[in-house]
Every structure is written in structure tokens, then in C-alpha cells.
Design a protein around this ligand. Structure first.
Ligand code: UDX
Ligand code: UDX
Ligand code: ADP
Length: 480
């Protein structure tokens, strides 16, 4: 029986291993983590992450061939294949601060693997890491190996949150990078055999280690670039009277471009895009490629611009001040169908409004007050540490209240900002919301999910990203 151990029971490790376990009943899968509450949650009815379909998959195999444990060393020692899916924060100090990946958790995991191993192992990079990390990990493993043979593979995960289970069941591709030696090829084949339980052979791509590592960074950079491209066009649409949805639709009809991932928004968020691009930028700079680095930097700059453009639009349309005004924030997660708030654009938008002394009332169906308060008081880049090492919010932000109802959030508010595209926000009773708001009542739709014309008939002044502006907004141009 093949035994798999995954170090790191997070958004990637948890769902990925659950799907491997459900598809490979003869493989024993242990998911281990240093966070006691996280493992306790994986062993309870209240899983630590919200992901459609995940509960079912975990229920099918937990206790049979899927185990969650804090006994990291025991399970690593017993495993044939060890996946590493630990945090890779952006460095906040020292060389490469604000750009380079901090590999502290990776290095400590690698040293532990070397310490406890008594048999040969395949070590799989699952979390996104800078190109050539495998080489560094290989050095740690072999220099401490006591004669044990370690084969290192790169097997980046391409799942998107909110659709993780669907993506894992039906991946566009599985990518496995390994050393081009007989041992390396054998290790690639062993991992291939695991995925071959449910992924068609022609969708399992094999490459060298560096191509696999770089492909992951490149894929995320390309995806983020599409969003920054459409967001850049959205600013021009507002200035010219074009409609970004019509432009996206026409552009996406070109089969060379394709229709997906062209929705203008208040900005992209999530744990990967910004971090991976910063990483790419840093690697380019280290390799003497400043032109390439600057090209990718621009994707992040446009994303930051989009968020501040949104804040400026809110403030300018409310007579250039939101001081003391209640503003409802609908949605705080970085996208719908997840409770994840890592790098969510809501953080920057809320901080921007708080900077102008607004009173915020925040509602997200999956994010609780503790998380929101922590996010709003945390420094940039501090979020990507194991949960138990993250700073607790020292003082909660007093201008912020969190509620469990969109109507409550909007009561007596001057404006409503929609920051996450939760389906329920499409179907709210906007007449009821309007009746209970201060007038003039504003809706700022950062996800283009409401029917703006209907809302205008009710009496709202509506701003939608990249859409022709109301007369009111034209008269109050945002300074950008
Ligand atoms: C992403 C990649 O899609 C995935 O392949 C990789 O493994 C991890 O990073 P994720 O961050 O979970 O996944 O979500 P994704 O659906 O890519 O959305 C990222 C951000 O872009 C979200 O904030 C989303 O709202 C935003 N987005 C996405 C847009 O603003 N417009 C779009 O058209 C699509
Ligand atoms: C382009 C658009 O494709 C077309 O829709 C528009 O109407 C006019 O501009 P064209 O310039 O004729 O058409 O050729 P295209 O096939 O787009 O190639 C443009 C350039 O890009 C060429 O120099 C081509 O060699 C280069 N190219 C194209 C690449 O370097 N790599 C590619 O993957 C594709
Ligand atoms: P991702 O989105 O990449 O899955 P997460 O932050 O959700 O990232 O998960 C990473 C997990 O790795 C966290 O639960 C953290 O506690 C765990 N972790 C970090 N370092 C170690 C380590 N040395 N040993 C075991 N678990 C670790």
C-alpha cells in the first residue's frame, strides 16, 4: 500500500488530499499540520475552510483512508510520497523584502523530513515557490540524508477557490516536473500513477523541474494580467462612455483570446496572484532582466490603481467626504463561494474609506468579525503565516461594525459598496434597502452584479465599474 503524507492542511493541502483519498481507496493519505485548531477542525463537522462539495468528499473517506493529524513526524516517517503545502509568505524584512518569498516554513519542513526519514521518499512541491526552490530543498535533503534517497518533484496545484473540488475532479491538466535521471523519471511515474486513477493520461503533463515551477508562476501571472487588462480598459470605458461588458464580450469572442476571466472588478485578490507576480518580478531582477520585471510589475500597479480608483469614486460622489457617514460593505471575501480574505480587494477599499473617516458596516455570508478586524489591522504581507502565528488584532477598528444581514448593514447608510459577487447580493430587495437609507442613496457595484437601470428607477445613484456614468457621477469627477 502506498502511503502519502501532506504537510500543511490549508486551502490547497486539505482539498487536494481529500480528492486523492476519495479517488484512490487503496492509498492511505495523512494530512498533517502544526496548527492544533486547524487539525481539530478538519476532524470535526465544521471544516476549517468553506468550499462547495468539500464536506461530502471528506465524509466519504475520513477515518478510512484519509486522516488529519498533528503528529507530523510519525506520518512523514511512514510515507512514501510527501507533499509539502506550507505557507510561503512574502518577505517583510531583509534582502528582497516586499517581493521575494520567505521560505522559512518550507526549509523547516525539509529539515524535518531529512531528520525523521528512515526510508526513500518522493518529496513533492505543492505550494507555489520561486523557480529553483526544488534545487535548494534537494540540497537540504541530500546533505542531511544519512544515505536515504530523496527524489524531489514539482507538482503545482492549479485549483481555484470556490471551485476547488470541481477543479480537482476535472483538472485542465496535472503538471509534474522532475529530474531527467532514471530515478527522477521513476518518481514522476509514481506520482503519475496516483493521478491516473481519475485524470486522463493526455492531461498529465511531465516536464523538467524548472519548467514546472515556472509554469505555475507564469499561469497565475497571465491570469492576473487578463484582469488588469480588462480593468485598465474599464477606466477608459468610464471616461469615454463605452461599456466594459460589451467590450469584454466582443474581445472574448476571438477564439485566440477566449471568453473566460474577462470580468472587470474592483481588483483581483487571493493568496496567489499578487504573491506569485512579486515573486516573478524578484526572480527577473535577480537574473538581470529589469525590463521583464517592470512588465509584470505593471499588472500589480493597475490592480492597486483599480482599488484606489474605486475608493476615490465613492468619496468624490458623496461631495468629497465620507467622514462620519455610514457605508455598507457587502462582501469581504476575495471572491464568492469562499470565506477566504487573503489579499481581498475589500481590505484596501475599506482601509481607503476608513482613511477618509467613514463608518463601515460590513456583511459577508462567510467571513466573521474576528477575521475582518484582524485583516483591517494587519500590516501588508503579514497574513501568510500559519494561523496560530498570525498577529491577533491588537485593537479592533472602532469605525467598523460587522453584521450578519445585508439589510442591517445598509440601514441608515449613505452608500452601499458591493465588493464580492455573492449570488445573494443580486437578489436583495433593493427597494427595501433604498427606503431605509439616507438620501441621496448610492450603490457602488465593484463586481457588476446588480441591474443598474432597475436600481436607478428605484432612485439610487449607481456606479458600475466600466459602465457609462450617471449624470451625478459625471458632475463629480473622481481624482485619480
Ligand atoms: C487562482 C488561479 O485561478 C488558480 O489556478 C491558482 O491555482 C490559484 O490562484 P484563486 O485565487 O482561488 O485561483 O481564484 P480566481 O478565480 O483565479 O480569482 C482570483 C481573483 O481574481 C479574485 O479576486 C476574483 O474575484 C478576481 N477575478 C477573477 C476578477 O476580478 N475577474 C475575473 O474575470 C476573474
Ligand atoms: C492582427 C490580428 O490578429 C487581426 O485580428 C487584426 O485584424 C489585425 O492584426 P496580423 O497583424 O495580420 O493580424 O497577424 P497576426 O497573426 O495577429 O500576427 C501579428 C504578429 O504577431 C506577427 O508578426 C506574428 O508573427 C506575431 N505572433 C503571433 C507571434 O510572435 N506569436 C504568436 O503566438 C502569434
Ligand atoms: P495554502 O493556501 O497554500 O494551502 P494555507 O496557509 O491555507 O496555504 O496552509 C498552509 C498550512 O501549512 C497552514 O495550516 C500551516 O499551519 C501549515 N504549516 C506551515 N508550516 C508547517 C510545518 N513546518 N509543518 C506542518 N505544517 C505547517
Amino acid at each position: 500500500m502506498v502511503k502519502i503524507c501532506c504537510i500543511g492542511a490549508g486551502y490547497v493541502g486539505g482539498p487536494t488530499m481529500a480528492v486523492i483519498a476519495v479517488k484512490c481507496p487503496e492509498i492511505e493519505v495523512a494530512v498533517v499540520d502544526i496548527s492544533v485548531p486547524r487539525i481539530a477542525a478538519w476532524n470535526s463537522d465544521q471544516l476549517p475552510i468553506y468550499e462547495p462539495g468539500l464536506d461530502d468528499v471528506v465524509k466519504q473517506c475520513r477515518g478510512k483512508n484519509l486522516f488529519f493529524s498533528t503528529d507530523v513526524e510519525k506520518h512523514v516517517m511512514e510515507a512514501d510520497i510527501v507533499f509539502v503545502s506550507v505557507n510561503t509568505p512574502t518577505k517583510t524584512q531583509g534582502l528582497g523584502a516586499g517581493k521575494a518569498a520567505d521560505l522559512t516554513y518550507w526549509e523547516s519542513a525539509a529539515r524535518m523530513i531529512a531528520d525523521v526519514s528512515k526510508s526513500d521518499k518522493i518529496v513533492v512541491e505543492k505550494s507555489t515557490v520561486p523557480v529553483k526552490t526544488a534545487e535548494a530543498i534537494e540540497k537540504i535533503l541530500t546533505h542531511n540524508s544519512k544515505g536515504i534517497n530523496f527524489q524531489i518533484l514539482s507538482n503545482p496545484e492549479f485549483l481555484a477557490e470556490g471551485t476547488a473540488i470541481k477543479d480537482l475532479f476535472n483538472p485542465d491538466r496535472v503538471l509534474i516536473g522532475g529530474r531527467e535521471t532514471p530515478e527522477g523519471t521513476k518518481a514522476v511515474q509514481a506520482l503519475r500513477d496516483v493521478y491516473a486513477h481519475w485524470v486522463p493520461a493526455d492531461q498529465i503533463i511531465c516536464s523538467n523541474l524548472w519548467s514546472a515551477e515556472l509554469s505555475k508562476l507564469a499561469a497565475n501571472a497571465f491570469l492576473a494580467q487578463r484582469i488588469s487588462s480588462v480593468n485598465a480598459i474599464s477606466a477608459l470605458c468610464e471616461a469615454t462612455g463605452a461599456n466594459v461588458s460589451e467590450v469584454s464580450y466582443s474581445v472574448g469572442k476571438d477564439s485566440r483570446i477566449g471568453p473566460k476571466f474577462l470580468n472587470a472588478s474592483v481588483g483581483f485578490g487571493g493568496s496567489c496572484f499578487q504573491k506569485d507576480i512579486l515573486n516573478l518580478v524578484y526572480i527577473c531582477e535577480c537574473n538581470g532582466l529589469p525590463e521583464v520585471a517592470n512588465y509584470w510589475k505593471q499588472v500589480i500597479k493597475i490592480n492597486d490603481y483599480q482599488k484606489s480608483r474605486f475608493v476615490n469614486r465613492v468619496v468624490s460622489s458623496m461631495f468629497n467626504t465620507v467622514s462620519g457617514k455610514k457605508i455598507a460593505i457587502l462582501g469581504f471575501a476575495f471572491k464568492k463561494d469562499t470565506g477566504d480574505t487573503r489579499e481581498t480587494p475589500a481590505i484596501d477599499v475599506c482601509k481607503g474609506l476608513l482613511g477618509d473617516k467613514a463608518q463601515l458596516s460590513i456583511y459577508d455570508p462567510q467571513v466573521n468579525e474576528d477575521q475582518i478586524q484582524r485583516d483591517l489591522s494587519m500590516k501588508k504581507f503579514d497574513w501568510d503565516h500559519p494561523l496560530h502565528l498570525q498577529p491577533m488584532s491588537p485593537t479592533s477598528v472602532k469605525q467598523v461594525s460587522c453584521v450578519w444581514d445585508a439589510y442591517e448593514a445598509a440601514k441608515d447608510a449613505h452608500g452601499v459598496c458591493i465588493l464580492t459577487e455573492w449570488d445573494e447580493f443580486k437578489y436583495l430587495d433593493y427597494q427595501r434597502i433604498y427606503d431605509n437609507m439616507k438620501k441621496p442613496a448610492f450603490v457602488f457595484d465593484g463586481r457588476n452584479i446588480v441591474d443598474a437601470d432597475k436600481l436607478r428607477q428605484i432612485g439610487f445613484i449607481v456606479y458600475s465599474i466600466g459602465k457609462p456614468l450617471d449624470a451625478w457621477l459625471k458632475d463629480m469627477p473622481a481624482v485619480v
